[in-house]
Ligand binder design. Structure first.
Ligand SMILES: *Cc1c(COP(=O)(O)O)cnc(C)c1O
Length: 321
């Protein structure tokens, strides 16, 4: 069975060798999977999830997508853009009050025509329930509302990364490279769930290791496993087990707060390979990548670049590099 898919991303994204980072870290071979270049808005990894989330919404004849997130949410911005691309309305529940300094993500969402609703929950964790409630009230008003939890971390959203794992395997095969380690930044967990589903389901030999940037690792690992298993089952793949979910806590002082080491990671990626990494995700995943290599993680290894362009540029203008 092929799930419905709304085409958004320009695939495959490049798989590139990183010779100057290899030299700097004295490790390798090292590769980067350029999902900062998925080719839709500045959606990064969100474009892959949205292809299946929007695909499912369209197949169900939805007319409005409802989701939520923090004011810095890349998913909210990407969902708003994707909705407009397919003629759907978009309503976004944003945690907390309207920010006093404009956030690129929210401005992008507004520019794309999304309706923003602030201050509807006390805690960020309550957003998913609020999204469901908001969709129910729209439905009661005659709309065909399609609720999506934060980050699009559902079995449907994860399909994007299950297929991305296969895409990487095909590229690596063509280059004659047998990848052993894959590192990715993990927020809501949808991306890692898909990568794990694909890695196990398609019988790929590398290990996926996630850097958890916003949530406690043990709890999120359970959720990633459940999502990965449901995702695999939906396309008749062998499901993952707990051993397949490797998640390391890289929250540091908090979501979006880079440590000195994270800033070093971002500078290194920029000055060796010209890669732009943000403080929320990319820099922390690069810190994990460096630490794993220093510990002798098996290579060839791939760093999965997930995007974060808006925050990476903001970090530059705020002097955080
Ligand atoms: C959302 C996001 C992630 C994390 O993806 P999840 O599927 O939420 O775990 C990583 N990097 C960037 C740049 C993101 O925007």
């Amino acid at each position: 069975m092929t799930p419905p898919r709304a085409e958004l991303a320009a695939l495959p994204t490049p798989l590139e060798r990183m010779p100057r980072l290899e030299q700097a870290l004295d490790a390798g071979p090292l590769y980067v999977k350029r999902d900062d270049l998925t080719g839709f808005g500045i959606a990064g990894n969100k474009a892959r999830a949205l292809e299946f989330l929007i695909g499912a919404a369209l197949a169900d004849e939805a007319d409005v997508i409802v989701t939520g997130g923090s004011p810095a949410s890349n998913f909210c911005a990407a969902t708003a853009l994707a909705a407009s691309r397919f003629g759907l309305d978009c309503e976004l529940l944003i945690a907390g009050p309207a920010p006093s300094t404009p956030s690129t993500s929210l401005e992008l969402a507004k520019a794309a025509g999304a309706r923003l609703v602030f201050d509807n929950v006390d805690r960020r964790e309550d957003l998913d329930a609020a999204v469901v409630d908001h969709a129910a009230s729209l439905r009661a008003a005659g709309r065909h509302a399609w609720p999506v939890p934060r980050g699009g971390a559902t079995p449907i959203g994860s399909l994007g990364y299950a297929y991305a794992a296969r895409e990487l395997a095909e590229q690596a095969d063509r280059e004659g490279v047998r990848l052993r380690t894959a590192v990715v930044a993990t927020g809501s967990g949808g991306t890692q769930a898909g990568l794990v589903a694909g890695q196990v389901g398609f019988g790929l030999r590398w290990r996926v290791i996630g850097a958890s940037v916003s949530r406690p690792a043990p709890m999120l690992a359970d959720q990633i496993l459940r999502t990965a298993r449901a995702c695999a089952k939906s396309i008749d793949l062998e499901p993952a087990t707990a051993d397949d979910v490797d998640l390391r806590d890289h929250r540091g002082e908090g979501f979006g707060i880079a440590s000195d080491e994270d800033r070093r990671s971002a500078r290194l990626a920029l000055t060796t390979e010209g890669l732009l990494l943000d403080d929320y995700y990319g820099a922390k995943a690069m810190t994990l990548f460096r630490a794993l290599l220093a510990d002798g993680a098996p290579t060839p290894a791939v760093y999965w670049h997930t995007g974060g362009m808006a925050a990476a540029l903001a970090a530059l203008t705020q002097g955080a590099r």
